[in-house]
Design a protein. Sequence first.
Lengths: 332, 174
Amino acid sequence: MRRSNRVAAAAPGRVAQRTCAALGVAALLWLSNAAADDAADWLKQAATAARQLTYSGTLLYQHDGRVETSHVIHMIDSHGEHEKLFNLDGPAREVIRNNEEVRCYYPDAKIIRVEPRTYRNAFPSLLPQQLDTLTEYYNFRKAETARIAGFETQAFVFEPKDGMRYGHKLWADLGSGLLLKAQLLNEHNVPIEQFVFTDIQIGIKIERDTVRPTYRPPPADWETRMSLPGDVVQQDTGWLVKDLPPGFSKIVEGYRTLRGKVGPVAHLVFSDGLVAVSVFVEPMPQAPQPIGSSQQGGINVYSRQMDEHLVTVLGETPGATVRQIADSVAHR
Amino acid sequence: MGKFHAGPELTPEEISLWMDGELDAEHSARACDGCREAAPMATWEHYHQIGDYLRGCDAIAPGFRERFAARLSAEPTVLAPSRLRPAPTAVAWALAASIAAVGVVGWVALTTMSVPPAAVTTAQQAAVVRPAEVRRPVVNEYLLAHQEYSPTTAIQGVRPYLRAVAADTPDAPE
């Protein structure tokens, strides 16, 4: 069978991912003891730990003056990776991931959103070549050790070299490499978003049933909203970003169907290795659209009308970055 | 007028700075006092409406300010977290809180990140009156789509999906 260019391009990423996965938990322990001072090593270790380890804990998500408490359970078995995330306050929400498929449950609205994930296999979002160039755009340093949720952690910091990105401070469990705390820092070094475990058990035995959806099977009157097949077909959309901030490169381009949108929406993703910025372009909807900037924790959003199109850009970057990208979107 | 320095009427710039939390304690107190007047109050509300619109929030119901002030004065314990910050700022924000819930949120935002999680939770629970939930259905749809490709998902698992589902209202009008 002939392999398309796209598949060929994906192959190195896949190989890298498999190699990564093959390292396993034992290798993690070894890695964490080795002098992993290198930025890429810390990140790869965290990513591998997040995928390979079994853990269960209480997570605080702090942003915009709010604190939301959730519970996270993650396990692997012979069928792959299973993860369950549900909030403990506010309207009930549940996120279930089975390998690459993500389901979001909204019991109050009786809705389940299903997002089949096919990209992540072929394009791991931690791209080796980008990890290698991370330190061109961030100063990386090891910071203090700290005790978090009863675990000894090593903090490390990615300090941006320009105003186009936020700072990141991450705390990794010294034993497993798993991130127990993650902060996004603004230009004044003030945290604007934080994920932190208040308690966590790592490496425990977890029954498969504990990571199944609470609502299984869902009641008959619930609506399941499937993303349509073909959503994630990669193709040239004809859209480009003329003034891309340094360090960002395109990792994905294609069309997808979004709920509430009449036609397919062009979706381009750019990453600097640590964060991503998404560009969405669609025909200008009939209904009035929010135009301008908004922020939620570490996510900045900027929308503008461009002729007959609506351009929406969002990512874990400062507002100026998404705006620069949005303002320079053009058709080839 | 109140007990603070009155001076000339508040300028829109001062109100803007105040909303962004960029006034020091003394000026905050003055701004707070100044907003007892109708014109600055209208500017304050106007600016918040603009902000809400840009963020895609629903408009605050008419009379919200009065109802909030009444409930707040009936619930003095709402200011318990003030010991987390130096007193002058806390007092300034406490006064601001009697005018708009948004002020409380901004202030809590500044304090929550630097205190231990347990204290944060307590502070949140103490805030009896919470502002209306922010609804951004369309942006959340984009966020879900975005999250898949973000390296933050690769290094943290599904945790960052909280951004997309946390304050989400899936059936909100679009």
